[in-house]
Design a protein around this ligand. Sequence first.
Ligand code: TRP
Length: 366
Amino acid sequence: MRVTPWSVEGEIDYNKLVREFGTMMINDELLARIKKHARYLHPLLRTGYFFSHRDLDWIIDKYEEGERFYLYTGRGPSGNIHLGHILPWIFTKYLQDTFNVNLLFQVTDDEKFLYNDDKDMDEISKYTYENILDIIAIGFRKEKTKIIVDTKHIDRLYPIAIEIAKRITFSTIKATFGFNNATNIGMILFPAIQAAPCFLPSKFEGRLVPCLIPAAIDQDPYWRITRDIATKLGYYKPAQIHSRFVPGLGMHGKMSSSIPETAIFTTDEEDKIKDKISNSFTGGQATMKLQKMLGGNPENCPVFWYLKYMFEDEKSSDDRYIKCRSGSLPCYECKHALIDKTIIFIKDFKRRREEAKNLIDEYMLE
Ligand code: TRP
């Protein structure tokens, strides 16, 4: 397995990742503490999709002491948005609503320009605009959400970024991100730009503001280096809550824009959605006869996965699981269920994306 902020390969062993990255598993005690403040425990937490953290217990301590934290998350605009992207954002909205806190959303157009040899800034800017519509369509609270675009808001980021950059050596960056002497120098500075929003809320508010970052665990290297220098700069270390990767509709691997036939995009037409899900890999057996005899493997089935995490309550999902195992549920039934629910979801999402076109100014940091 190989996990970096730019690519995830191989069979993922999450326990090993937690050990290697030095993060903590979210345990029942922590879930109970969250539940005390939330109206309900979000299914993505209860089912362990968000599974690991750094200092989440500390964030709750601070919250209980009356210190409001800030949420910070982001998006690298290298393509259209698919279901794998929006799941953590839906969870971020839950955190915003539950704790009634502000959110800073960074769009790293610089990162995607610097990283991708084959993309020019016009293309990246197009995705920046399109992705911002998706971010707004999630329904984050207008008065409590600020989107920053790196190339646009660089004047706000740069003063903090150079403070950070001055305290991180090239050898640390090489070891943390696997960079080498052939890496362009923009990428070498970039981690300081992604770290800066961790401290920006403290600048906004003129007090020390705790920061909680919901993100997939592949982003953790950024927060490791940020945490190392935070105290030196007089800030709190940013806390994290990490998600697993979202599976694609192929046999393995995470949902990825680079394999579009295994990803459902928020801009896909109904026919496309139908085709992609119909052709999805499942945990089913090769024939109906074998399926009846042996039962299916819902643990290793993206169709089951999306029904469970996006669309069904625990009870329906458990029923589906049992039926699948017993062999009495053919894959086409699950596929149909997922097609129907996804089409409804995307239709509504597209409507909100349209509305978002008039809301951009209100969401953007001035
Ligand atoms: N680097 C991230 C990406 O490629 C974008 C990002 C910037 C981000 N800041 C973040 C993601 C904070 C999660 C949290 O998508």
